[in-house]
Design a protein around this ligand. Structure first.
Ligand code: NAP
Length: 248
C-alpha cells in the first residue's frame, strides 16, 4: 500500500528535472497524476514512466503564468478526475543578471512564472479543494528566497514571494482542511543549475555542510512527506532541502 493510494496529484513543470522526480515519487506512492507543462509532448517521458508504475496519468499544456490557460487546463483535468488532492506548484524559471543590468522584461518573466503562476494555480485548485474540504498544496520555493543571491534579484524576490504566499494561504485555508507548505531546495542537479559555471558550482559546494549537490529525488522525498497524511498536522512551513546550507 502506498501512502497516496487513491489520491490525485497535479504537478506543474513536470516534464523534467525536479517536477519529473516529484511526479514519479508520488506515482510510486500510489497517486494518479495530472501533469502540466508548457508543451504537452514534452510530458510524455514523465507520463510513460508513471504509467509503467500502474498509474493513471493525464497531461495538459498549460502556461502557469497565463490565467486563462490555467483556468481552462485545470477545469478540463478536474472534469476527467473529479477531484484534486495534491497540488505541487513546481514550474519555475531563472533569468539571472546583476540588478543594474536586469531588464524589466526579465524581472516580469521570472515573477510571472514563479510567483504569479503559483498564485493562479493555488487559486483555481483551492476552489476545488474547498468543495472536497481537504487537500495538500506544496510550493517549490528556493533557499535563494530566504537568503538572496547576487545576480538573482528577480528569482530571489519571486521565491520569497512564494514563501509569503504559502504562509498566508496556509492561514486562510487551514480551517477548510487544506494544508499549504513549501519546500526550499538548495543546489540541486538539474538543467537549471547545469547552466552555472564551474567556478560558481565549486563556490556553492564549499558552502554545503553535507558536501554534495542535491538530487531531484531528495526534493521529491520532502514533497511526498508534506503531501501525505504523515504531515497532517503541518501547515505554513518551509522545509529546506539543501545539505545544510541554510540553518535557521
Ligand atoms: P527545470 O529543469 O528548468 O524544469 C522546470 C520545468 O518547468 C520545465 O519543464 C519548464 O518547461 C517548466 N516551465 C517553465 N515555465 C513554465 C510555464 N510558464 N508554464 C508551465 N511550465 C513551465 O527546473 P528545475 O531545476 O527542475 O526546477 C524546478 C523548480 O525547483 C523551480 O521552481 C525552481 O525554481 C526550483 N528550484 C530549483 C533548484 C535547483 O537547484 N535546480 C533550486 C531551488 C529551487 P521548459 O522546458 O519549457 O523550460
Amino acid at each position: 500500500m502506498g501512502s497516496l493510494n487513491g489520491k490525485i496529484a497535479l504537478i506543474t513543470g513536470a516534464a523534467r528535472g525536479i517536477g519529473q522526480a516529484i511526479a514519479l515519487r508520488l506515482a510510486g506512492e500510489g497517486a494518479d497524476l495530472v501533469l502540466c507543462d508548457l508543451n504537452q509532448e514534452w510530458l510524455e517521458e514523465t507520463a510513460t514512466k508513471a504509467r509503467a508504475l500502474g498509474r493513471r496519468v493525464e497531461c495538459a499544456s498549460v502556461d502557469v503564468s497565463n490565467a486563462d490557460s490555467v483556468q481552462k487546463g485545470v477545469a478540463a483535468l478536474t472534469e476527467q478526475f473529479g477531484r484534486i488532492d495534491v497540488l505541487v506548484n513546481n514550474a519555475g524559471i531563472t533569468k539571472d543578471q546583476f540588478l543594474l543590468r536586469m531588464s524589466e522584461a526579465d524581472w516580469d518573466a521570472v515573477l510571472d512564472v514563479n510567483l504569479k503562476g503559483t498564485f493562479l494555480f493555488t487559486k483555481v485548485v483551492a476552489k476545488q479543494m474547498l468543495k472536497q474540504k481537504a487537500g495538500a498544496i506544496v510550493n517549490i520555493a528556493s533557499i535563494i528566497g530566504l537568503i538572496g543571491n547576487a545576480g538573482q534579484c528577480n528569482y530571489a524576490a519571486s521565491k520569497a514571494g512564494v514563501i509569503a504566499l504559502t504562509k498566508s494561504a496556509a492561514r486562510e485555508l487551514a480551517s477548510r482542511g487544506i494544508r499549504v507548505n513549501a519546500v526550499a531546495p538548495g543546489f540541486i542537479q538539474t538543467a537549471m543549475t547545469d547552466k552555472l559555471t564551474a567556478d560558481v558550482k565549486e563556490a556553492m559546494l564549499r558552502n554545503i555542510p553535507l558536501n554534495t549537490l542535491g538530487t531531484p529525488e531528495n526534493v521529491a522525498d520532502a514533497v511526498h512527506f508534506l503531501a501525505s497524511d504523515a504531515a497532517s498536522y503541518i501547515t505554513g512551513q518551509v522545509i529546506t532541502v539543501d545539505g545544510g546550507m541554510v540553518m535557521s
